[in-house]
Design a protein around this ligand. Structure first.
Ligand SMILES: [Zn+2]
Length: 306
Protein backbone atom coordinates (compact mmCIF):
# COMPACT_ATOMS: atom_id res chain seq x y z
CA UNK A 1 0.00 0.00 0.00
CA UNK A 2 1.43 3.35 -1.02
CA UNK A 3 0.24 6.83 -0.01
CA UNK A 4 0.17 9.29 -2.89
CA UNK A 5 -0.39 13.00 -3.42
CA UNK A 6 -2.70 14.17 -6.20
CA UNK A 7 -0.81 17.02 -7.86
CA UNK A 8 -2.29 19.72 -10.10
CA UNK A 9 -0.47 22.41 -12.08
CA UNK A 10 -2.40 25.20 -13.79
CA UNK A 11 -0.53 27.28 -16.35
CA UNK A 12 -1.36 29.58 -19.23
CA UNK A 13 -0.20 26.98 -21.78
CA UNK A 14 -1.30 23.70 -20.23
CA UNK A 15 -3.13 22.07 -17.35
CA UNK A 16 -1.39 19.08 -15.75
CA UNK A 17 -2.22 16.57 -13.07
CA UNK A 18 -0.29 13.64 -11.67
CA UNK A 19 0.35 11.23 -8.84
CA UNK A 20 3.44 11.81 -6.68
CA UNK A 21 4.77 9.35 -4.12
CA UNK A 22 5.73 10.52 -0.65
CA UNK A 23 9.43 10.25 -1.58
CA UNK A 24 8.95 12.81 -4.35
CA UNK A 25 8.69 10.58 -7.42
CA UNK A 26 6.21 11.55 -10.14
CA UNK A 27 4.61 8.19 -10.99
CA UNK A 28 1.87 9.25 -13.41
CA UNK A 29 0.85 12.38 -15.26
CA UNK A 30 -1.54 13.76 -17.86
CA UNK A 31 -1.88 17.15 -19.51
CA UNK A 32 -4.32 19.09 -21.68
CA UNK A 33 -3.82 22.48 -23.37
CA UNK A 34 -5.28 25.47 -21.52
CA UNK A 35 -8.24 26.80 -23.48
CA UNK A 36 -7.48 30.09 -25.11
CA UNK A 37 -9.14 32.62 -27.34
CA UNK A 38 -12.55 34.26 -27.07
CA UNK A 39 -14.25 30.91 -26.36
CA UNK A 40 -12.72 30.57 -22.93
CA UNK A 41 -9.13 31.64 -22.25
CA UNK A 42 -10.13 35.26 -22.41
CA UNK A 43 -12.83 36.53 -20.15
CA UNK A 44 -16.40 35.94 -21.33
CA UNK A 45 -19.71 34.48 -20.15
CA UNK A 46 -19.15 30.97 -18.81
CA UNK A 47 -15.48 30.89 -19.77
CA UNK A 48 -14.46 30.27 -16.18
CA UNK A 49 -16.64 27.15 -15.99
CA UNK A 50 -15.44 25.82 -19.36
CA UNK A 51 -11.85 25.96 -18.13
CA UNK A 52 -12.84 24.41 -14.81
CA UNK A 53 -14.62 21.61 -16.71
CA UNK A 54 -11.39 20.77 -18.55
CA UNK A 55 -9.45 20.72 -15.28
CA UNK A 56 -12.04 18.68 -13.41
CA UNK A 57 -12.08 16.03 -16.16
CA UNK A 58 -8.28 15.85 -16.13
CA UNK A 59 -8.00 15.58 -12.33
CA UNK A 60 -10.79 13.01 -12.09
CA UNK A 61 -9.04 10.88 -14.70
CA UNK A 62 -5.77 11.01 -12.79
CA UNK A 63 -7.44 10.17 -9.47
CA UNK A 64 -9.12 7.15 -11.05
CA UNK A 65 -5.67 5.80 -11.98
CA UNK A 66 -4.74 5.11 -8.36
CA UNK A 67 -3.90 1.41 -8.04
CA UNK A 68 -5.80 -1.03 -5.86
CA UNK A 69 -4.56 -0.69 -2.29
CA UNK A 70 -2.90 2.67 -2.93
CA UNK A 71 -4.38 5.73 -1.29
CA UNK A 72 -4.60 9.43 -2.03
CA UNK A 73 -3.83 11.47 1.08
CA UNK A 74 -3.86 15.05 -0.16
CA UNK A 75 -4.42 17.30 -3.18
CA UNK A 76 -1.81 19.97 -3.85
CA UNK A 77 -2.00 22.55 -6.63
CA UNK A 78 0.25 25.19 -8.13
CA UNK A 79 -1.32 28.04 -10.10
CA UNK A 80 -0.12 31.27 -11.66
CA UNK A 81 -0.58 34.34 -9.47
CA UNK A 82 -1.78 36.58 -8.13
CA UNK A 83 -4.12 34.87 -5.69
CA UNK A 84 -5.62 35.43 -2.27
CA UNK A 85 -4.05 33.54 0.66
CA UNK A 86 -4.29 29.77 0.28
CA UNK A 87 -5.52 30.02 -3.30
CA UNK A 88 -9.10 30.64 -2.21
CA UNK A 89 -9.46 33.05 -5.13
CA UNK A 90 -7.07 32.88 -8.06
CA UNK A 91 -6.65 35.47 -10.85
CA UNK A 92 -3.71 34.25 -12.95
CA UNK A 93 -2.25 37.09 -15.05
CA UNK A 94 -2.03 34.78 -18.07
CA UNK A 95 -5.45 33.06 -17.76
CA UNK A 96 -8.07 35.70 -18.49
CA UNK A 97 -10.99 33.32 -17.86
CA UNK A 98 -10.30 33.17 -14.13
CA UNK A 99 -10.66 36.31 -12.05
CA UNK A 100 -11.33 35.57 -8.41
CA UNK A 101 -11.99 31.91 -9.23
CA UNK A 102 -12.51 29.79 -6.05
CA UNK A 103 -9.90 27.18 -6.97
CA UNK A 104 -9.13 25.60 -3.60
CA UNK A 105 -12.75 25.01 -2.67
CA UNK A 106 -13.58 23.58 -6.11
CA UNK A 107 -10.66 21.14 -6.01
CA UNK A 108 -11.55 20.09 -2.46
CA UNK A 109 -15.16 19.48 -3.46
CA UNK A 110 -14.12 17.54 -6.57
CA UNK A 111 -11.51 15.31 -4.92
CA UNK A 112 -12.88 14.96 -1.40
CA UNK A 113 -9.29 15.40 -0.16
CA UNK A 114 -7.58 17.93 2.10
CA UNK A 115 -6.58 20.48 -0.55
CA UNK A 116 -3.88 23.15 -0.58
CA UNK A 117 -3.13 25.69 -3.33
CA UNK A 118 -0.13 27.98 -3.75
CA UNK A 119 1.60 30.10 -6.37
CA UNK A 120 3.25 27.82 -8.96
CA UNK A 121 6.71 29.32 -8.48
CA UNK A 122 6.51 28.91 -4.70
CA UNK A 123 5.43 25.33 -5.34
CA UNK A 124 8.49 24.79 -7.49
CA UNK A 125 10.69 26.23 -4.73
CA UNK A 126 9.28 23.67 -2.30
CA UNK A 127 9.84 20.88 -4.85
CA UNK A 128 13.45 21.88 -5.55
CA UNK A 129 14.16 21.94 -1.80
CA UNK A 130 12.49 18.55 -1.35
CA UNK A 131 14.13 16.41 -4.05
CA UNK A 132 15.74 18.85 -6.51
CA UNK A 133 18.79 21.09 -6.89
CA UNK A 134 18.26 22.75 -3.48
CA UNK A 135 17.73 19.49 -1.56
CA UNK A 136 18.79 19.91 2.05
CA UNK A 137 19.42 23.65 1.65
CA UNK A 138 17.86 26.10 4.12
CA UNK A 139 18.45 29.34 2.21
CA UNK A 140 17.80 29.65 -1.52
CA UNK A 141 15.82 31.29 -4.29
CA UNK A 142 14.04 29.15 -6.88
CA UNK A 143 12.74 30.80 -10.01
CA UNK A 144 11.14 30.07 -13.34
CA UNK A 145 12.01 31.82 -16.58
CA UNK A 146 9.47 30.70 -19.15
CA UNK A 147 6.54 32.57 -20.75
CA UNK A 148 6.56 34.65 -17.55
CA UNK A 149 9.03 34.93 -14.67
CA UNK A 150 8.24 33.82 -11.12
CA UNK A 151 10.01 32.81 -7.96
CA UNK A 152 9.87 31.49 -4.44
CA UNK A 153 12.31 32.13 -1.59
CA UNK A 154 13.28 29.88 1.31
CA UNK A 155 15.06 31.57 4.24
CA UNK A 156 16.06 29.78 7.44
CA UNK A 157 14.28 26.70 6.09
CA UNK A 158 10.93 28.46 5.68
CA UNK A 159 9.15 29.45 2.48
CA UNK A 160 8.58 33.20 2.58
CA UNK A 161 4.89 34.13 2.38
CA UNK A 162 4.54 37.88 2.78
CA UNK A 163 1.38 39.65 3.84
CA UNK A 164 -0.91 37.98 1.24
CA UNK A 165 1.28 35.03 0.26
CA UNK A 166 2.91 36.73 -2.74
CA UNK A 167 6.54 36.91 -1.56
CA UNK A 168 9.08 35.94 -4.22
CA UNK A 169 7.78 37.78 -7.28
CA UNK A 170 11.29 38.27 -8.70
CA UNK A 171 9.75 38.85 -12.13
CA UNK A 172 8.92 42.36 -10.95
CA UNK A 173 12.35 43.31 -9.67
CA UNK A 174 13.43 46.30 -11.77
CA UNK A 175 16.35 45.61 -14.11
CA UNK A 176 15.92 48.56 -16.56
CA UNK A 177 14.59 51.71 -14.81
CA UNK A 178 13.24 53.16 -18.08
CA UNK A 179 12.57 49.79 -19.69
CA UNK A 180 9.67 48.12 -21.42
CA UNK A 181 6.09 48.17 -20.14
CA UNK A 182 5.26 45.16 -17.94
CA UNK A 183 1.91 43.31 -17.68
CA UNK A 184 1.87 44.37 -14.01
CA UNK A 185 1.56 48.02 -15.03
CA UNK A 186 5.15 48.95 -14.24
CA UNK A 187 8.22 49.42 -16.42
CA UNK A 188 11.54 47.62 -16.75
CA UNK A 189 10.66 44.62 -14.60
CA UNK A 190 12.67 41.43 -15.22
CA UNK A 191 9.48 39.90 -16.66
CA UNK A 192 9.14 42.80 -19.14
CA UNK A 193 12.73 42.35 -20.37
CA UNK A 194 13.62 38.65 -20.04
CA UNK A 195 10.47 36.49 -20.11
CA UNK A 196 9.64 34.33 -23.12
CA UNK A 197 6.79 36.72 -23.92
CA UNK A 198 9.13 39.73 -23.82
CA UNK A 199 11.78 38.00 -25.92
CA UNK A 200 9.15 37.15 -28.55
CA UNK A 201 7.96 40.77 -28.62
CA UNK A 202 11.49 42.15 -28.89
CA UNK A 203 12.73 39.76 -31.58
CA UNK A 204 9.45 39.15 -33.43
CA UNK A 205 9.94 35.39 -33.32
CA UNK A 206 9.83 32.42 -30.97
CA UNK A 207 12.16 32.69 -27.94
CA UNK A 208 13.58 29.35 -29.08
CA UNK A 209 15.12 31.10 -32.10
CA UNK A 210 16.96 33.76 -30.08
CA UNK A 211 20.59 34.34 -31.02
CA UNK A 212 23.52 34.23 -28.65
CA UNK A 213 23.40 37.99 -27.99
CA UNK A 214 19.81 37.76 -26.73
CA UNK A 215 20.54 34.59 -24.73
CA UNK A 216 23.45 36.30 -23.00
CA UNK A 217 21.39 39.45 -22.36
CA UNK A 218 18.58 37.42 -20.79
CA UNK A 219 21.12 35.56 -18.65
CA UNK A 220 22.75 38.84 -17.61
CA UNK A 221 19.39 40.37 -16.61
CA UNK A 222 18.45 37.29 -14.58
CA UNK A 223 21.85 37.45 -12.87
CA UNK A 224 21.29 41.13 -12.13
CA UNK A 225 17.92 40.50 -10.46
CA UNK A 226 19.19 37.46 -8.57
CA UNK A 227 22.19 39.44 -7.30
CA UNK A 228 19.87 41.99 -5.71
CA UNK A 229 17.95 39.23 -3.96
CA UNK A 230 21.18 37.52 -2.83
CA UNK A 231 22.47 40.80 -1.39
CA UNK A 232 19.14 41.56 0.27
CA UNK A 233 18.51 38.17 1.88
CA UNK A 234 21.92 36.51 2.31
CA UNK A 235 21.22 33.56 0.00
CA UNK A 236 24.04 31.38 -1.32
CA UNK A 237 22.04 29.64 -4.06
CA UNK A 238 19.58 30.37 -6.87
CA UNK A 239 17.96 27.49 -8.75
CA UNK A 240 16.54 28.48 -12.14
CA UNK A 241 14.20 26.42 -14.29
CA UNK A 242 11.55 27.08 -16.92
CA UNK A 243 11.56 26.50 -20.66
CA UNK A 244 13.53 29.64 -21.52
CA UNK A 245 16.32 29.16 -18.96
CA UNK A 246 16.68 25.41 -19.43
CA UNK A 247 16.28 25.72 -23.20
CA UNK A 248 19.10 28.28 -23.45
CA UNK A 249 21.27 26.22 -21.12
CA UNK A 250 24.97 26.80 -20.66
CA UNK A 251 25.40 30.26 -22.29
CA UNK A 252 22.44 31.56 -20.27
CA UNK A 253 23.79 30.23 -16.97
CA UNK A 254 27.33 31.42 -17.74
CA UNK A 255 26.07 34.97 -18.36
CA UNK A 256 23.91 34.90 -15.22
CA UNK A 257 26.80 33.69 -13.06
CA UNK A 258 29.18 36.30 -14.52
CA UNK A 259 26.73 39.09 -13.67
CA UNK A 260 26.27 37.76 -10.15
CA UNK A 261 30.04 37.59 -9.70
CA UNK A 262 30.19 41.27 -10.70
CA UNK A 263 27.31 42.34 -8.42
CA UNK A 264 27.64 40.17 -5.30
CA UNK A 265 30.61 41.87 -3.64
CA UNK A 266 29.86 41.74 0.07
CA UNK A 267 31.69 38.97 1.89
CA UNK A 268 28.55 37.00 2.65
CA UNK A 269 27.23 37.28 -0.91
CA UNK A 270 30.44 36.58 -2.79
CA UNK A 271 30.45 33.14 -4.37
CA UNK A 272 26.65 32.79 -4.54
CA UNK A 273 25.77 30.29 -7.27
CA UNK A 274 23.09 30.17 -9.95
CA UNK A 275 22.34 26.63 -11.16
CA UNK A 276 19.72 24.86 -13.32
CA UNK A 277 16.70 23.36 -11.59
CA UNK A 278 17.04 19.66 -10.83
CA UNK A 279 13.51 18.44 -11.50
CA UNK A 280 13.15 19.20 -15.21
CA UNK A 281 9.60 19.11 -16.51
CA UNK A 282 8.44 17.11 -13.46
CA UNK A 283 9.13 20.15 -11.25
CA UNK A 284 5.70 21.79 -11.31
CA UNK A 285 3.83 18.61 -10.31
CA UNK A 286 6.42 17.50 -7.74
CA UNK A 287 6.23 21.01 -6.30
CA UNK A 288 2.42 20.96 -6.29
CA UNK A 289 2.52 17.67 -4.36
CA UNK A 290 4.85 19.30 -1.84
CA UNK A 291 2.39 22.17 -1.42
CA UNK A 292 -0.18 19.57 -0.38
CA UNK A 293 2.14 17.68 1.99
CA UNK A 294 3.46 20.95 3.42
CA UNK A 295 -0.16 21.97 4.05
CA UNK A 296 -0.87 18.71 5.87
CA UNK A 297 2.25 19.22 8.02
CA UNK A 298 1.14 22.77 8.80
CA UNK A 299 -2.31 21.51 9.74
CA UNK A 300 -0.59 19.13 12.16
CA UNK A 301 1.26 22.02 13.76
CA UNK A 302 4.72 21.14 12.42
CA UNK A 303 7.14 23.90 11.46
CA UNK A 304 7.36 25.41 7.99
CA UNK A 305 10.39 23.42 6.79
CA UNK A 306 10.26 22.75 3.07
ZN1 LIG B 1 6.17 43.98 -13.58
Amino acid sequence: VADLALAVDIGGTKLASGLVSLDGSLVQRATVPTRSGPAAGAAGPGSDELLWGDLAELVTGTASGVGAGDRLVVCGAGCGGPMSPGGEEVSPLNIGAWRGFPLRARLAELTGLPTFVDNDAKALALGEGWVGAAKGRRDYLAMVVSTGVGGGIVVDGCLLEGRLGNAGHIGHVIVEPDGRACPCGGHGCLEAEASGRAIAEITGESPKLAGVDMIERVGMLVGLAVASVVNLLDLPLAVVSGSVALGYGEPFFRAAQAEMDRRCRLDFARGARVVPGGLGDAGPLVGAARVGLHGLDGADGADGAP
